[in-house]
Write a protein that binds this ligand. Structure first.
Ligand code: ATP
Ligand code: MG
Length: 360
């Protein structure tokens, strides 16, 4: 018998707060999809790495964590962050401790207005806002390079050095140009702050211009990050694919998520484009302890994240079907409070599972 059937090993890292809730929903929907389509298999394993784990063990990850997750085809991550752990400890302890060694240098954040949801922008029609933000995910402002001295003195100093390497900038630029090329409009906006930051940001622009020579079919424009924020609000239809540094894209993509309706719908992929390591997929929202345990968490960001994961794994049809199911549900009015609805988390999941059954 021929067995062309693919099986994928998925590591689930729910983390903290609503991360735990939405990953449960994501798993349920993925299982439903695999069962209904019956064209591929998913094999899940959960990891309890979280702020609770940290409080018990004094660290977020066991020493062999990387070796463990490298055995998987992909990682589905919830959120990390707890009220009683400083954010820089939890972020570096878990999320960045995985992303950086796994060489997930491309962070990809698609944004568009899902059917049945609305943008807070008054005149924005659904087709006006359809973006992909590509974020450099390994260096730049979040390189972790810096230090403090003379602590406690009136003349104390702290430095946070941004690092831009030829290797790092060129690979994200190539990835962004490829992404732009794969989309109908073939348009890339390169974002910097090269008027004020004349070393790293001018370098970023130079590398962009060099790489652009290899992509003559991609239309390129360059924007300063401050001007970019106003353009996102005032002329969303003029934007397609965006590439920006770790810090700039972090901020722009939160703005993008809000402009598309809610932080509760937006997905992120942390990709190792070389595919030597598993990539990691997560909703962009955090652990949101204010709504944890109340059944209010919107699971749509995690469903969209799951679709992005399936696409990366080569299951584009399943991904398409999942998004179709999700948008049928949002269009039918089954939505959580952040989208102006009154449905609970579970009701959204159940409705999506029903749609999957109908569509499959
Ligand atoms: P973190 O510190 O991990 O970033 P956070 O508490 O700052 O978490 P965010 O996830 O950044 O929370 O989101 C800010 C607010 O948006 C939350 O407090 C919550 O009210 C709302 N929110 C976030 N995600 C969702 C979601 N999936 N569904 C509904 N509301 C959400
Ligand atoms: Mg936050």
């Amino acid at each position: 018998v021929s067995s062309g059937r693919q099986s994928y090993k998925i590591a689930l890292i729910p983390g903290d707060g609503i991360g735990i809730e939405v990953i449960q929903e994501g798993k349920e929907v993925l299982q439903k999809l695999a069962t209904e389509l019956d064209t591929f298999d998913l094999d899940f394993k959960g990891f309890e790495w979280s702020s609770a784990y940290y409080k018990k063990h004094g660290k977020y990850l066991p020493d062999d964590a990387l070796a463990q997750v490298k055995k998987f085809d992909a990682i589905l991550f919830g959120a990390v962050g707890a009220p009683d752990v400083p954010d820089h400890i939890s972020l570096w302890g878990l999320r960045l401790a995985l992303c950086q060694p796994l060489q997930q240098y491309a962070n990809v954040r698609p944004t568009r207005i899902l059917r049945g949801t609305t943008s807070p922008l008054r005149n924005c029609k659904p087709g006006d806002l359809d973006w992909v933000i590509v974020r450099e995910n390994s260096e730049g402002e979040y390189a972790g390079h810096g230090g403090t001295s003379h602590t406690g003195q009136a003349w104390s100093v702290a430095t946070e050095v941004s690092i831009f390497t030829r290797h790092g900038v060129e690979r994200i630029m190539r990835f962004a140009f490829e992404t732009a090329r794969s989309r109908p409009r073939k348009k890339l906006t390169v974002v910097t702050k090269s008027n004020a930051q004349r070393n790293g940001m001018v370098f970023w622009d130079q590398v962009a211009s060099e790489v652009a020579l290899d992509f003559p079919d991609v239309e390129v424009d360059k924007m300063l990050v401050d001007a970019m924020t106003t353009r996102m609000v005032l002329k969303p239809e003029s934007i397609d694919t965006v590439v920006a540094t770790n810090l700039h894209a972090d901020i722009l993509s939160d703005l993008a998520a809000a402009l598309a309706g809610s932080i509760g719908i937006a997905p992120t992929s942390n990709l190792d484009p070389t595919r030597q390591n598993p990539s990691m997929f997560e909703p962009i929202h955090g652990s949101a302890f204010d709504i944890t345990g109340k059944g209010l968490a919107n699971p749509v960001a995690t469903f969209w994240t799951a679709a992005e994961m399936l696409r990366w794994l080569g299951q584009a049809e399943a991904a398409q079907l999942l998004m179709e199911a999700v948008e049928n549900v949002t269009e039918s009015g089954v939505k959580t409070a952040d989208l102006g609805g009154s449905s609970k988390t579970k009701e959204v999941t159940d409705a999506v599972c029903k749609e999957i059954h109908k569509l499959a």
